[in-house]
Design a protein around this ligand. Structure first.
Ligand SMILES: O=C(O)/C=C/c1cccc(O)c1O
Ligand SMILES: [Fe+2]
Length: 315
């Protein structure tokens, strides 16, 4: 088995509220480097770790993580809608392997996913049906959140289970780093919002458009400096990237939920997807980072990063 990893921030504001042209060009360069890396690696299976933003998972049942044997995208923020090309056999095999390793995985036979899953597939592969994929939801917004050590355990178990497949597997993490977008919070929510977060009533097109416009406006306000959202934290973001690059993944076991939220804002927990992806790669042997890009981009409400990593030649 051959393995590689990519971490890629997402933001639904890309293309809708863009930063200055020089920042945009630097991001495009970094993304092109990641695309070339993926093209050269030529994966025949992508294990995609991504969060949800109350489009697929709701408080009625909110697992800390969940693996899909089939998945459909809702098409939020102009992202593609429809079926992802899920490799159901590989998904079932990984699910069995994870459960055998003592990690209590939830499995979905028809997962609903949003831009968190779709954007990396569009950016790196040109669509949601271009490459066999195993989607793995990692909760990064809905409190209470469990210890990060369990996310590392999940990533490790999936990496070990993938290692027995004779495949070229790319572990892809979508989200982060520090950011605090206006994703709703159940605690203290008015009854109508709480009900929507619990039950997951599909929004009407008008409701969806209003919600998306609210996020876009939040990006504009954030970039203009007029908001109470937690600031992007480049020092924390680089600590996260340093930790992943160093391979000292056990360090994350000491990261508390409270510390992560205080340093990186309410959605900083999306870095759990990166931790899972790098733990999966680490489970196949030692690795090295081959590219790393970071920029704080308030217009996208994102500490935005792109990282690629490959197995060491002499593992
Ligand atoms: O409102 C949402 O659904 C998500 C917004 C958002 C904004 C910026 C960065 C992200 O990772 C997001 O998910
Ligand atoms: Fe997100």
């Amino acid at each position: 088995m051959t393995a590689a990893a990519v971490g890629l921030s997402h933001s639904p504001l890309i293309g809708r509220n863009d930063p200055a042209p020089d920042v945009l060009a630097a991001v495009e360069d970094a993304v092109e480097t990641a695309r070339s890396f993926v093209r050269a690696f030529d994966p025949d299976l992508v294990v995609l770790y991504a969060p949800d933003h109350y489009n697929g998972f709701f408080y009625k049942e909110m697992p800390p993580f969940c693996l899909a044997t089939e998945a459909n995208a809702v098409g939020d923020f102009g992202s593609a809608a429809g079926a992802l090309s899920v490799d159901t056999d590989a998904a079932r095999s990984l699910a069995r392997g994870v459960l055998d390793r003592g990690v209590d995985l939830t499995v979905s036979a028809r997962m609903t996913v949003d831009h968190g899953f779709v954007q990396p597939l569009e950016v790196l592969f040109g669509g949601i049906d271009k490459v066999p994929v195993v989607p793995v939801f990692v909760n990064g917004v809905a409190t209470p959140l469990g210890p990060v050590s369990r996310i590392r355990a999940l990533g490790t178990a999936i990496g070990e289970a993938a290692a027995v497949l004779d495949r070229r597997v790319l572990f892809l993490g979508s989200g982060g780093l520090s950011h605090d977008p206006p994703v709703p919070v159940l605690d203290g929510a008015p009854p109508r919002v709480a009900d929507a977060l619990i039950e997951g009533h599909p929004p009407t097109p008008e409701q969806r458009a209003r919600g998306e416009e609210r996020v876009i406006q939040a990006g504009r306000d954030y970039a203009a400096g007029s908001t109470r959202m937690v600031p992007i934290n480049p020092a924390w973001d680089n600590l996260v990237l340093d930790t992943l690059e160093s391979g000292r993944l056990t360090d994350v076991d000491a990261w508390t939920v409270e510390w992560m939220g205080a340093e990186g804002g309410g959605s900083a927990h999306e870095v759990r997807t990166w931790i899972a992806a790098f733990a999966s790669l680490a489970a196949t042997g030692s690795y090295r980072t081959t590219s790393r890009f970071y920029a704080p981009i308030p217009e996208w409400i994102a500490g935005f990063a792109v990282t690629t990593a490959e197995q060491e030649p002499n593992r």
